[in-house]
Each structure stands twice: as C-alpha cells, then as structure tokens.
Design a protein around this ligand. Sequence first.
Ligand SMILES: [Cu+2]
Length: 142
Amino acid sequence: MRKHRKVMVSMAIAAAAIGYRLVPKASAEGPGAGRTIELIADKDNRWRFPDGQKGPVTLKSGEVVKFKITSYFGGEKAKDGALHSFVVRKLRDNDPSWSVRLKDGVQEFTVTAPKPGNYLIECTVECGKGHDDMNIKMVVTK
Ligand SMILES: [Cu+2]
C-alpha cells in the first residue's frame, strides 16, 4: 500500500512539473496580460467609453483583450436578469465569447480579436427606448 501511494505521489509531481513547463512564461503584468477596454452599456441604452466617446472600438487582429463593461438598467430587462448584451453577430457562431449577457454592474471577459475588418457590437436584449440603435462599431486592423 505504501509503495503504491509513493508511486502515485511521484506521478503527481511529474505531471505537475510537465504542466508547469507548458504554461507560458508570465510577463511582468501577469499571465496573458493584454489591454483592457472599458465600455459602458448606459441607462439611455447606448454604448459609450468612460470618457463619453461613442467609438469605434479598435483592435489588432489576434490580440487578446479584456472587456470590462459596466451595465446600467435602461428600462427593461430580460427574464434571466440581463440588462443588455454584448454581441457581434458575425463572430458569435464560431466563437461564443463574442456573445455575453450583461447583468447589472461590472462584468469582465476576454476575447481574441478576429481577422481584420469592420464589425458591429450590438445589444440583443430588449433593454428599452433606443434599443434598436444600441450598437458600436468595432474595427479590427492587421
Ligand atoms: Cu438593448
């Protein structure tokens, strides 16, 4: 029994060592650190940057970015409690990270910028007056 346990332990250590080597070397900002893009899904059912700018969101193809979105109640919400959503229709089928339900408050998620082109970030939750125009352009460069 003892011997068996020893083998298990050393196997676990070996596995951990292999796993450790597969983890990319962390940068000064931590593993996988990239830009953080802050957006507000505002109570008037408009997207805006914290400084009031209306876009576009500009990404570099292949870049991994974190979106930090603050979401405010715009008059209506979905059954699941979502106030808004962050959706790029052209991308969501191949990469579900481009479709995020937004609850009240701050939410963070990470995406990988797609191939270069023009995209549209939309809200697909009936969030109230102005919902149909709740979108913001996203430009992906080479
Ligand atoms: Cu909406």
